[in-house]
Design a protein around this ligand. Structure first.
Ligand SMILES: [Fe+2]
Length: 362
């Protein structure tokens, strides 16, 4: 209980610091975009939350973890509309839910969006209401009026917590606002392999973008921010690219650009988290001597058993096809992170420990 009270006090102070630390100096602004001095040790995250299917979902299990930070990774509501009144009403219902209310009161809530809360299934830059949807998103998540996030298109943002030796940076990407329409595969009747569950194929057109150039430039700057542990949050999977669903493999030139950027930035102690696919799995690739992990957790209210069987030759361990949330425990003393996927009862379904010493470029 003491721990809990202490954590809440720290979070309260962090909340104050969040708005106070934005510096007018441009060099500092890159460094301190949403900085809080309070050190964090537990980050939880989840995606694909439709209270119409299950109003309780993963909230009790997530609240039981008492995370310092909770990240909504997208499809936080199923908006799916061009009527902004409908979108607003769905956000209001989401925000009024008991689980969300408790989470917001006890954890620092961060969010990015995916297609359904952006406003349209598999949507991108051709969604006509993207500007309006962005305003509703920023208002709902209480983005301060003077936030830099309100001064640029797209909802990407970065947050740092803690001071030297225990600095954790969380980079939230926007994979929707700038995304070009991507080509889909054409399969003849009965030709589609069973373990390919989506309809996308990698594009060869290098003019097509996922992040957009402005976000790329910003990301390059953010990777210069000193951090002892860094999480890049992408609504869609970054590494598992074989299942034909929306993922970074649809735009291989941008996936390669990110790998190059991580290497050039020497972005050690960095990992990826993602959602979207309605099951959980851990993926890992070697990017030029660096083991990049992507912990996917999706399905706060609904999961998909068939999609969990989809092809992923870089999966570490098993997939998990029930409701789930991701938890990352940073052990600053032991210099390691423990990744978990928890189920609706709060039990550990998947677990993997990564020493910081492993997360280095060789
Ligand atoms: Fe999605």
């Amino acid at each position: 209980m003491m721990n809990y009270i202490l954590r809440m006090t720290v979070l309260g102070l962090c909340g104050l610091a969040m708005t106070a630390c934005v510096s007018p100096n441009s060099a500092d602004r890159i460094r301190s975009e949403n900085h809080s001095d309070g050190s964090i040790a537990r980050i939880a995250f989840g995606a694909c939350n439709n209270p119409r299917i299950d109003p309780v979902g993963m909230y009790p299990a997530i609240l039981g973890e008492q995370p310092d930070v909770f990240i909504f990774l997208g499809d936080n509501i199923y908006g799916d509309t061009q009527d902004m009144k409908v979108l607003q009403a769905k956000y209001a219902k989401f925000g009024a839910g008991a689980g969300y209310q408790k989470l917001q009161a006890t954890s620092q809530v961060l969010a990015t969006w995916d297609d359904h809360d952006f406003g349209t299934n598999d949507g991108g830059n051709n969604y006509p209401m993207r500007k309006e949807s962005e305003q509703i998103f920023l208002d709902f998540y209480k983005e301060p009026q003077d936030s830099i996030r309100r001064q640029r298109p797209g909802i990407y943002s970065a947050h740092t917590f803690g001071t030297a030796g225990e600095t954790c940076q969380i980079i939230l990407l926007d994979t929707r606002y700038f995304r070009d329409e991507l080509p889909k595969a054409r399969y003849e009747e009965g030709e589609k392999p069973k373990d390919i569950v989506g309809w996308y194929q990698p594009t060869q057109d290098t003019s097509l973008t996922l992040l957009g150039e402005a976000q790329w430039q910003w990301l390059e700057q953010q990777l210069q921010v000193p951090a002892d542990f860094r999480i890049i949050a992408s609504s869609i999977q970054m590494l598992s690219v074989e299942k034909g669903m929306e993922n970074w493999g649809n735009v291989p030139h941008e996936q390669q650009r990110l790998f190059r950027l991580l290497k050039e930035s020497n972005a050690k102690q960095t990992m990826v988290i993602s959602g979207d696919v309605h099951f959980a799995e851990l993926s890992k690739v070697d990017i030029g001597g660096y083991p990049l992990y992507d912990l996917t957790s999706s399905g706060m209210t609904h999961a998909n058993r068939n999609w969990a069987k989809a092809k992923n030759s870089i999966r570490v361990g098993k997939s998990f096809a029930q409701l789930n949330a991701g938890v990352i425990d940073i052990d600053w003393n032991a210099q390691q992170v423990v990744l978990r996927v928890i189920d609706q009862d709060g039990k550990t379904a998947l677990q993997h420990t990564i020493p910081f010493a492993e997360l280095q470029f060789k």
